[in-house]
Design a protein around this ligand. Structure first.
Ligand code: GAL
Length: 371
């Protein structure tokens, strides 16, 4: 039997029908959104993700963080790169060259824009660097030149000048026609022969004889301790000991102390480690070399970002030139080092904020009371 509707009934029946259609429509829309993820937040999220993907990606592999300065290099580099809008992936190779090779391979696989390398062995990375370059990745040698690899940029300090400063400090302290021992870093670090050349040139100029030279593999300061123990007769015979860095100088001075010779032999180093600055104001180390890490790391971050953007590299805080890596001419930036002795400790180290006065003069009480 056909249902008869009054006019009001017809209207009520029609509005129920429309409501049902609308409900079905809303359900279909929600279903479609959940399938294609097109809600405002998700689409915003995917757009945001795409923006993240566009961020410059820098991979940086360090030799190790055992030596004090490298933590500072890392922190300054990362904060500068982030300030410039890049993302940085830091890897620590712990002194293991095969690990460092793996880290470079990993950066290549991740499609980094730039790879920055503090090389463990300047002769061992040629193939890995070539692979990175073939993948269109820029490669920067940080602080240590990498041989025969045609890196895109090398940034460091004037390492020959570091050696000259070490020699000049000894000469300024009256060393003429004397006997000198060199306890250096490893042959695998391209800086070591540069520092050595600068040092030996000054020694030769002033008639000082290098009676022995030792190279500490992997910058392992404990090897310097072994050397001192086994060569104490030469040590007693010498007037001065050049140390490849302040970590080595720590072991040399400890060995001298055990023979009551600390302060009686002239000791020089580099890196301006806190303990070295303490030894200098306490009189057991003559000098160190302050290398403005902030300048180096910030300039390296600026150069890495410019390279990633395909921009021209300008002289950020130093003079750009080129240097041979043994096969290729490499664009480079060398930042000026500064010789530090007790005389200019406050002027250079304290004023720059590199170390705090109370830390440097921890064991020298009258100095801190002068303020
Ligand atoms: C060298 C660098 C030195 C020192 C050493 C490790 O490559 O030239 O300044 O940092 O590494 O202590």
């Amino acid at each position: 039997m056909k249902t008869k509707y009054t006019k009001a009934g017809k209207i009520a029946h029609f509005s129920t029908f429309i409501k049902r259609i609308l409900c079905v429509f809303v359900v279909l829309i929600m279903l479609a959104c959940s399938i294609c993820g097109c809600t405002g937040e998700e689409s915003g999220g995917s757009t945001q993700k795409k923006k993240e993907d566009k961020k410059i990606q820098i991979g940086m592999t360090f030799d190790s963080f055992v030596i004090e300065r490298w933590q500072r290099d890392r922190d300054v580099f990362v904060s500068m790169a982030k300030e410039l809008g890049a993302e940085v992936n830091i890897q620590n190779a712990n002194g293991d060259i095969s690990e460092q090779k793996k880290q470079i391979e990993y950066f290549i696989k991740k499609g980094m824009d730039v790879i920055v390398i503090v090389s463990i062995d300047s002769m061992a990375l040629k193939a890995n660097i070539q692979k990175a370059k073939d993948a269109g990745i820029k490669v920067i040698a940080y602080d240590r030149l990498i041989s025969d690899s045609n890196v895109d940029f090398y940034i460091s300090f004037d390492n020959e000048k570091v050696g000259e400063m070490m020699g000049q400090a000894l000469v300024d302290n009256g060393l003429e026609n004397g006997k000198v021992i060199m306890v250096c870093g490893p042959h695998s670090d391209n800086n070591v022969p540069m520092v050595g050349k600068g040092f030996k040139d000054v020694m030769k100029e002033h008639g000082n004889e290098i009676i022995d030279t030792f190279y500490a593999d992997g910058w392992k300061a404990e090897l310097a301790s072994d050397y001192m123990d086994k060569n104490m007769s030469s040590v007693i015979d010498c007037d001065a000991i050049m140390c490849g860095n302040d970590d080595i100088a720590s072991r040399v001075v400890t060995a001298l102390s055990e023979k009551r010779l600390a302060g009686k032999k002239l000791v020089v180093g580099q890196d301006a480690d806190l303990e070295a600055c303490q030894r200098i104001v306490e009189g057991t180390q003559l000098m160190t070399v302050y290398k403005p890490i902030e300048k180096l790391a910030q300039a390296a971050a600026e150069i890495a970002v410019k390279m990633a953007k395909g921009e021209e590299i300008t002289a950020a805080g130093g003079r750009t030139s080129t240097i041979s890596d043994g096969t290729y001419e490499i664009p480079c930036l060398k930042i000026e080092p500064v010789s530090v002795t007790a005389e200019n400790m406050d002027e250079v180290i304290i004023k720059s904020g590199f170390h705090l006065k109370e830390d440097v003069y921890l064991n020298v009480h009258d100095k801190t009371e002068e303020d």
